[in-house]
Ligand binder design. Structure first.
Ligand code: LLP
Length: 422
């Protein structure tokens, strides 16, 4: 459930008319609903109320500090994958003792920054990373709390680009090789072995792959116990999908119940790293129609709606062929037609929707690209030298600009002409 609703043919976010915000901040912009963000976080987190757990929001899904701060206030932690995300999480007020650090390529500098920040856990993904972490921890004179991210070789049945738990993917340590690494880590002076983690992919619509990997993780925990290695944390990653179109992902309640049942008798704190399921349907991208045009071929007429948002603002359709519902902000009950909704970027791959049935629109009309909260703004870029768009957070009847639209000057910030004038 979300708080983007149509009232008398006009789209509202909570109690604010989307068009009113567009008038003030201009287009395009990302528009988040605080009530939806809160509801989704709480629905997910409370589904696990029956067991010791920690919900670490996956910062990569939506990294605005205004939103991270909201989750921190609800008791959330953060799952980070870079020094930049650590900086954001700390700026947003996330307790370092609720921050976990995933990713295959942590640099020495990043490891140092995270150790100095005294985060909860490093999800280590290779033997070499373990060695490096030991060295950095020794140089500062601290102990690094470690979970190993294992690769359970389970098919998440999702898009190939976002499948991470198969043996052919770059992530994690093969689960059968993990035991040796744990034994090695136990002998390291500055490493404190704490847990096991895994994350098999994103936008999963089935529960069974989660359970299959959890069973494999439990098997490892038992083998570790037999060697006298006790595990405090089991991290199941993120990945629960959402409805963009007609997908029917499990409800968090159902997902949590299945996991909790599987964890009966296991004495460890469960860590979860949800991203999409919390923010995905809590934001829209608002864009304005610039032009409509038809290109006539021999046997077809192709209609285009050219809007002011593009693949640099929302990469998902171009990158993954992802579907986002698109609706007019004002429903004028116009006749429907099939169009491609495209941006101004100079590539044919720049589209928000293809062959989509949409009520006829005209120049100046506003469109809402739905379900844009996850991997929307956070994946945006300056391609074609387009300033990144504004982000706005609605709270009931009011709203706040949580990120200003970038300016033209910000596009060249940090660039210099060698030998040129200042
Ligand atoms: N934990 C780890 C280690 C991850 O790599 C990810 C996502 C998550 C948690 C959160 O997964 P979620 O709950 O959001 O599914 N850009 C793609 C999705 C990439 C996902 C990357 N990892 C998209 O737009 O679909």
């Amino acid at each position: 459930m979300n708080h983007f609703v149509s009232k008398n043919g006009e789209l509202f976010c909570e109690q604010v008319a989307v068009a009113d915000i567009a008038r003030e901040v201009g287009t395009p912009f990302y528009l988040y609903s605080k009530a939806t963000l809160t509801r989704h976080f709480q629905a997910f987190d409370s589904a696990f109320a029956g067991i010791e757990h920690l919900t670490c929001f996956a910062v990569k899904a939506c990294s605005n500090i205004g939103i991270l701060n909201l989750f921190a206030g609800l008791g959330g932690g953060a799952d980070i994958v870079s020094g930049g995300e650590l900086y954001r999480a700390l700026k947003a007020g996330v307790d370092p003792k609720r921050i976990i650090y995933s990713g295959v390529g942590k640099t020495e500098q990043e490891l140092r920054y995270a150790l100095e920040s005294a985060i909860l856990l490093f999800n280590v993904e290779s033997g070499q990373e373990l060695e490096r972490l030991q060295q950095v921890a020794a140089s500062i004179g601290v102990h690094a709390p470690v979970s190993f991210r294992v690769n359970p070789d389970v098919d998440p049945k999702t898009h190939a680009y976002i499948s991470t738990g198969l043996a052919k993917n770059k992530f994690g340590i093969p689960i059968d090789a993990a035991l040796d690494l744990y034994v090695r880590a136990m002998a390291m002076e500055n490493i404190a072995v704490k847990g096991v983690s895994c994350h098999i992919g994103s936008q999963l619509t089935l529960i069974s792959p989660f359970i299959e990997s959890l069973r494999k993780v439990k098997g490892l925990v038992e083998r570790l116990a037999a060697k006298g290695i006790a595990i405090e944390f089991i991290d199941l990653g993120g990945g629960v999908g959402i409805t963009y179109d007609e997908e029917q992902p499990p409800h968090p309640q159902e997902y949590a119940a299945a996991i909790m049942e599987e964890l009966q008798g296991v004495h460890a704190t469960l860590i979860l790293e949800p991203g999409r399921v919390i923010v995905g349907n809590a934001a829209i991208l608002v864009t304005e129609v610039q032009y409509t045009k038809s290109n006539r071929g021999v046997d077809q007429v192709k209609k285009f709606v050219v809007v002011d948002a593009a693949m640099n603002d929302l990469a998902r359709p171009s990158l993954y062929g992802a579907y986002h519902s698109i609706v007019p902000v004002h429903d004028k009950q116009a006749e429907r037609e099939v169009v491609d909704i495209v941006g101004p970027i100079c590539e044919t791959g720049d589209f928000l929707a293809k062959d989509r049935e949409l009520p006829q629109v005209e120049q100046g009309d506003l469109l809402a690209v739905m379900s844009a909260g996850a991997y929307g703004f956070s994946m945006s870029s300056n391609y074609n030298s387009r300033p990144r768009v504004a982000e706005v957070l609605v709270d009931g009847g009011s709203y706040a600009l949580i990120r200003q639209r970038e300016t033209l000057a910000s596009l060249v910030q940090g660039e210099t002409i060698p030998g040129g004038a200042e």
